[in-house]
Design a protein around this ligand. Structure first.
Ligand SMILES: Nc1ccn([C@H]2C[C@H](O)[C@@H](COP(=O)(O)OP(=O)(O)OP(=O)(O)O)O2)c(=O)n1
Length: 198
């Protein structure tokens, strides 16, 4: 029976090395009854809004096409990244994860930040066997700018055990080590559309 893992099961998985979340500085503070808090990384990726013409999957013919339209900002510990109302930026978890092949996770917001207007991810599904940092899709839905400090607990993971084991995730975001922009242009059906026109 698939189920949500409680704190003891999460700890057991960490102890056994079946689940890797690193660096995990303060397990007691990061673990909840049925969740594990993860912290904000230092890197932020922003659209260069004045320059990107349109985000059209069919016009990105190689892995670099969209990359030209992003700015990358690294924020020191102790310094805030200011997220303005309505602003959308990518960042990532400070922690690198490796999930077992029979466990998936959802990355979801923490109430304390939700109450401040922060959305941390629109896409929340993390595959069984995923390895990498999780890219956060940060939006300030509130009315005042928010100071976001690297190293603070920004999101939480809820783990679900699968019925059975599957192949580990080997997709386009596997082994990410920093916030990674969309690679929707690599989707098979998009490639097919693009090829048809060339
Ligand atoms: N906020 C999120 C959500 C997911 N992921 C990672 C973990 C997931 O295992 C992986 C793929 O997520 P999806 O399956 O939702 O994304 P796609 O369907 O676009 O990717 P793919 O085609 O590779 O499955 O991306 C992430 O880094 N940050």
């Amino acid at each position: 029976m698939a189920n949500v893992l409680g704190s003891n099961e999460i700890k057991n998985m960490l102890d056994r090395g079946d689940l890797i979340v690193t660096p995990l500085l303060d397990l007691n503070r990061q673990i909840g009854r049925a969740s594990l808090d993860v912290r904000l990384g230092q890197d932020f990726v922003l659209f260069r809004k004045g320059q990107i013409p349109v985000m059209d999957v069919k016009r990105a013919f190689d892995n670099t096409a969209w990359v030209d339209y992003y700015d990358h900002i690294r924020t020191d510990y102790g310094q805030p990244f200011i997220l303005h109302p309505g602003q959308f930026v990518l960042s990532s978890t400070l922690e690198f994860l490796r999930l077992p092949r029979n466990v998936m996770a959802y990355v979801i917001g923490r109430s304390s930040w939700g109450r401040a207007g922060l959305v941390i991810a629109t896409a929340t599904f993390v595959d069984p066997g995923f390895q990498g940092v999780i890219t956060l899709e940060l939006v300030n839905e509130g009315e005042v700018p928010l100071s976001l400090y690297p190293g603070t607990r920004i999101a939480q993971l809820v783990f679900h055990r699968l019925d059975g084991e599957v192949q580990a995730y080997k997709g386009k975001y596997a082994f990410d080590t920093k916030a990674t922009a969309s690679k929707a242009y690599e989707d098979e059906e998009v490639l097919r559309l693009t090829r048809r026109e060339n």
